[in-house]
Write a protein that binds this ligand. Sequence first.
Ligand SMILES: CC(C)(COP(=O)(O)OP(=O)(O)OC[C@H]1O[C@@H](n2cnc3c(N)ncnc32)[C@H](O)[C@@H]1OP(=O)(O)O)[C@@H](O)C(=O)NCCC(=O)NCCS
Length: 157
Amino acid sequence: MTMLRPAGPDDTETVYAILSKSMRLTWSWDAICAELGSNLAARVLLAEEEGEAAGCIHWWTVFDEAQIMNLAVRPVYRRRGIARLLLDAAIRSARGEGATAVVLEVRAGNAPAIELYTAAGFRTVAVRPGYYEDTGEDALIMRLEAGENLDFSCNLP
Ligand SMILES: CC(C)(COP(=O)(O)OP(=O)(O)OC[C@H]1O[C@@H](n2cnc3c(N)ncnc32)[C@H](O)[C@@H]1OP(=O)(O)O)[C@@H](O)C(=O)NCCC(=O)NCCS
């Protein structure tokens, strides 16, 4: 069974390991330490399977907007709905803190992530051509607006 819990400074190694094994360009150790320690806008949730770290989501809530900074699931745990759970929990939490929109940036070639976000109701609102230094890929800016009932998570399957 998947359990979600907020990550704190003691989870730096775990979060770093998940991100560095999943993302091509990842946050540095120092940056993750700061996110889990001193950045008051940063939130990180860890997903655990039988006590093993399986994935994490990292976002900032700033005024009425949440920005998803990282979402990753370790390869062995993929396609079990863990990212969907993490995304749903982050959206609910951001909504609880007053966010009326959630934004994120994704590589134009990252079909799994784009599928996930689209299924959750995100729409592409802008493209940053050649944004990623390593491949020259475009970045898609995707955005989820609160509906009239402000219930983001009802968009999730
Ligand atoms: C993208 C990622 C987080 C998805 O994690 P996951 O736990 O496997 O995703 P889920 O099992 O919750 O999948 C939810 C939905 O996302 C979509 N999806 C996920 N993986 C997919 C894939 N490989 N191909 C197509 N669609 C996919 C599907 O719509 C899926 O629903 P379904 O299983 O009912 O078809 C994971 O592949 C990952 O960590 N990738 C590397 C890091 C990354 O790219 N993060 C996003 C940065 S913006």
